[in-house]
Design a protein around this ligand. Sequence first.
Ligand SMILES: Cc1cc2nc3c(=O)[nH]c(=O)nc-3n(C[C@H](O)[C@H](O)[C@H](O)COP(=O)(O)O)c2cc1C
Length: 229
Amino acid sequence: MNVTEAVNARKSVRAFLPKPVPEETVRQILIDAARAPSGGNLQPWKTYVMAGAARDELLRRVREQWEAGNFGEGTEYDIYPKDLKEPYTARRREVGYMLYELAGVTRDDKAGRIKQMFRNYELFDAPVCLIFTIDRQMGLGQWADLGMYIQNVMLLALDHGLATCPQEAWANWYKTLTEMLSIPDEEMVFCGVALGYEDTEAKVNSLHAPRAGLEDVKFFGFDSAWAKG
Ligand SMILES: Cc1cc2nc3c(=O)[nH]c(=O)nc-3n(C[C@H](O)[C@H](O)[C@H](O)COP(=O)(O)O)c2cc1C
């Protein structure tokens, strides 16, 4: 798979097979992912990896709280801006509708939507949970670096026959994660990534999220009009 193929093939997978991923594979992905660039080579990313009993324990802790009526701990950063404007609101709504339709959840089925939301906290059955944190001292530039690292993780996973789903949903359980993984106070949970083998039979995995074309790109100089003034 070349880079173009990998970038086009990556998608958020929301149904995994219960097939374990070897630790060695995860280690290799994380070693390679760290080739991501970062301003000043700070490499500001921090990663926590859970599989087996640790992964099961995390899911158990969250399920227990959910069943007791606690639907999250809030997040330490705004996942979306408070008054998200257009065209972003429309984009978010569109992909949400597409997902719920494939999951067989109708628009007025609130319980179905909550159930689908909870699938995040079952890791969509993925065997590995990656949690990414960053030192609170870091600013916007380093958060961008973290994003590049995570994208590397997701692309490299493909090379090992694996699939991923990035999950901001885990930021909503930062206290549970902090306690369970002994995350130091100086770190903030950004997101998780579910890692495993795609269930290619699952309808929900046929979601092909749309993209804007080049409408947010502006070109200068190619037609020489710039030089002509
Ligand atoms: C940082 C980040 C967090 C995300 N969090 C979630 C999440 O919590 N749950 C989920 O189902 N998808 C999540 N997504 C996936 C997005 O919905 C998805 O990337 C987008 O709709 C485009 O689809 P694609 O990844 O299949 O191309 C997240 C994506 C990113 C980059």
